[in-house]
Design a protein around this ligand. Structure first.
Ligand SMILES: Cc1cc2nc3c(=O)[nH]c(=O)nc-3n(C[C@H](O)[C@H](O)[C@H](O)COP(=O)(O)OP(=O)(O)OC[C@H]3O[C@@H](n4cnc5c(N)ncnc54)[C@H](O)[C@@H]3O)c2cc1C
Length: 427
């Protein structure tokens, strides 16, 4: 009977364990996570959790009973620090707590950690990052504190903007500092960035683009050896933005330490093939820690690292099938969502390599879609507050269909009825 070790107990790791059991695998499964918490969902951390609306049970992925019923050994609060694998596939790992684990199959679902900002002053009290539950647990009361009137968010990506929206909703004076010339520029078209800039400004958030930060300022206590509190953020032009709380959201670094130890190919993520297999041909990896070939963006190919729940779950299914010796290939349409206050963004497909953008509907109505095309073919869409259109695009992409640009512009025709499929199938 094969023993499976899964390192990293979150979306991808839990999914691999779940699928192994669903498919009848009866061998021992150990799911080891370094965080002290039961496996939980990260998306609510920057939404309902920091708003103070959620309890731990609202965000956990599975109950203790669920793991017990499936005979999956869940280890929390212990980190795998060494791992070794022999050419025959057997291996041994050790934990920080001193446990030795022998295994026959290995899955790495180690995720990513928040990228640190190399600036003076990030150690002041009141400076936060938001990647894990402990950081969210620290941020929530800090945001709720009525003394914290001025909030500065460094980074105009999804986590920064979601946090900014929550802070504004709590009545704070909020400033977002983005180094790039537009918001969420890595992921969406200028049209979508421009909408978010206007929408957040309409709600009273101050957004500074092309922001150049000199450092984070704080109380003198730090000089005396104790840790002072943050008082502001200084820009290179000398402007000081007052801050009682700073949230830094400047991306993540994939956790590849164990892959490095195993000598696996790593290129800004653990390199895997479309069956979620790493370069040794034995270890599988899934989720935020991987760099994988993706059929999207359509027709371009290439490898990509995705940070989304959907990807972690879909890739984990493939990884589990590969561990079971089945033929499996990652094919699913990538999708993602971001809730920024009352603005729900849903993205279907990957927009990389687009050569045409159609804005469908009126952005000022805060309900519209941005459709991306390459050589006349639909490759992705950003959909704001319009789940029906998101589903139409996602379904069209999954079936290899498209929506002709002219039809996409015509808001009198439901998007779903404008879908053209490669065969006679219906959407
Ligand atoms: C605040 C926030 C909001 C988000 N919002 C959205 C959203 O709205 N929509 C969306 O699609 N996605 C969202 N995401 C992204 C999504 O949560 C991630 O893509 C997803 O969690 C990836 O799952 P994963 O299992 O690959 O990695 P992770 O969730 O990062 O889990 C990896 C786990 O492995 C553990 N680990 C690492 N190394 C070791 C080791 N050596 N030993 C033991 N354990 C180890 C880590 O501690 C971690 O618990 C959000 C993320 C954050 C942080």
């Amino acid at each position: 009977m094969s023993t499976t070790l899964i390192v990293g107990a979150c979306q991808a790791g839990v999914q691999i364990a779940s699928v192994l059991r669903e498919r009848g695998d009866t061998g021992p499964i150990l799911l080891v996570g370094e965080e002290a918490h039961r496996p939980y969902q990260r998306p609510p951390l920057s939404k309902g959790w920091i708003k103070g609306e959620l309890q731990p049970d609202d965000v956990i992925l599975r109950t203790r009973e669920w793991f017990a019923e499936r005979d999956i050994e869940l280890v929390t609060g212990d980190r795998i620090v060494t791992v070794h694998r022999s050419p025959d596939g057997t291996g041994v790992a050790t934990t920080e707590g001193g446990r030795r684990i022998e295994f026959d199959r290995l899955a790495l679902t180690t995720g990513a950690s928040a990228r640190r900002l190399p600036l003076e002053g990030t150690d002041y009290h009141g400076v936060h990052y938001l990647r894990d539950a402990d950081q969210a647990i620290a941020l929530q009361p800090a945001l709720a504190d009525e003394q914290a009137k001025n909030v500065v968010v460094i980074g105009g990506g999804f986590i920064g903007l979601e946090t900014a929206a929550v802070a504004r909703g709590l009545g704070k004076n909020v400033t977002v500092l983005e180094a790039a010339p537009r918001l969420v520029g890595r992921v969406v078209a200028e049209e979508t960035s421009a909408f978010y800039l206007d929408a957040h400004r309409r709600r009273g958030i101050d957004v500074v683009l092309d922001a150049r930060i000199r450092g984070i300022l704080g109380g003198d206590a730090r000089v005396a050896g104790a840790q002072g509190s943050v008082t502001g953020v200084e820009l290179e032009d000398g402007t000081v933005i007052p801050a009682d709380l700073v949230l830094i959201g400047v991306g993540v670094i994939p956790r590849t330490e164990l892959a490095d130890q195993l000598g696996l190919a790593v290129d800004g993520g653990i390199v895997v093939d479309s069956a979620a297999r790493a370069s040794d041909g034995m270890t599988v990896a899934a989720g935020d820690c991987t760099l994988m070939p993706n059929p999207y963006p359509l027709g371009i190919g290439g490898s990509i690292r995705l940070e989304s729940v959907n990807n972690a779950l879909e890739q984990a299914k493939i990884a589990a099938a590969t561990l079971l010796g089945e033929e499996a290939e990652y094919r699913s349409v990538p999708w993602f969502w971001s809730d920024q206050g009352d603005l729900k963004l849903q993205i279907a497909g990957l927009s990389t390599g687009y050569d045409q953008v159609i804005v469908r509907g009126e952005p000022d109505s805060e309900k519209f879609s941005v459709l991306y095309y390459r050589e006349g073919r639909l490759i992705a869409a950003d959909v704001v507050n319009h789940p029906v259109e998101f589903l139409a695009v996602k379904s069209a992409l999954a079936k290899g269909g498209t929506i002709p640009p002219d039809a996409a512009r015509d808001t009198t025709v439901p998007l779903k009825s404008a879908v053209v499929l490669p065969d006679a199938a219906t959407v």
